[in-house]
Unconditional design. Structure first.
Length: 157
């Protein structure tokens, strides 16, 4: 009988010890990690011409995503500058945090930045001047051609 009591007392101590985790240390770790991260407040696309690299009559420039005080190169194009993205598809216009377009000699692109989780995703949509005959021959041309061209971790370090 004495052995049974000792067995239950030993079992009680083993169960009472648990996994050994310190609840106060896990709580403080959770408090330090924010559950949501806000999108950047000051974000826009900017253009800078490239000197000496353009062909006659074809301006060339770099497109950057300006995030607060940081400039991040996202693309290089044969364009004279950025414009409003009037020809952007609904996918590019919806839920973006920055949007800009380009156009030069019947060809252009739209750029959009999206905030997803802890990343800023930059997408490029190719835009061409199309005729009805071109679309009739190749209906796929009417569908927007969109690709991810840059993923940026946020917040910047």
């Amino acid at each position: 009988m004495k052995n049974i009591y000792l067995f239950f007392i030993g079992l009680f101590f083993l169960v009472g010890c648990g996994s050994g985790e310190n609840p106060s240390s896990t709580t403080s770790q959770k408090e330090e990690t924010p559950t949501t991260i806000e999108a950047p407040k000051n974000i826009s696309f900017i253009y800078e011409p490239m000197k000496g690299l353009e062909e006659p009559g074809s301006p060339r420039g770099k497109i950057y995503l300006q995030i607060e005080n940081e400039k991040i190169l996202v693309d290089e194009e044969t364009i004279p500058g950025l414009t409003e993205a009037n020809s952007a598809s609904e996918e590019m216009k919806t839920n973006n945090i920055a949007l800009a377009g380009t156009w030069w000699a019947g060809f252009g692109a739209n750029y959009a930045a999206f905030f997803e989780g802890r990343k800023i995703i930059v997408k490029k949509e190719v835009v061409e001047e199309l005729t009805e005959e071109m679309v009739a021959e190749n209906p796929a041309l009417a569908k927007p051609q969109i690709e991810v061209i840059k993923e940026i971790n946020w917040p910047l370090k």
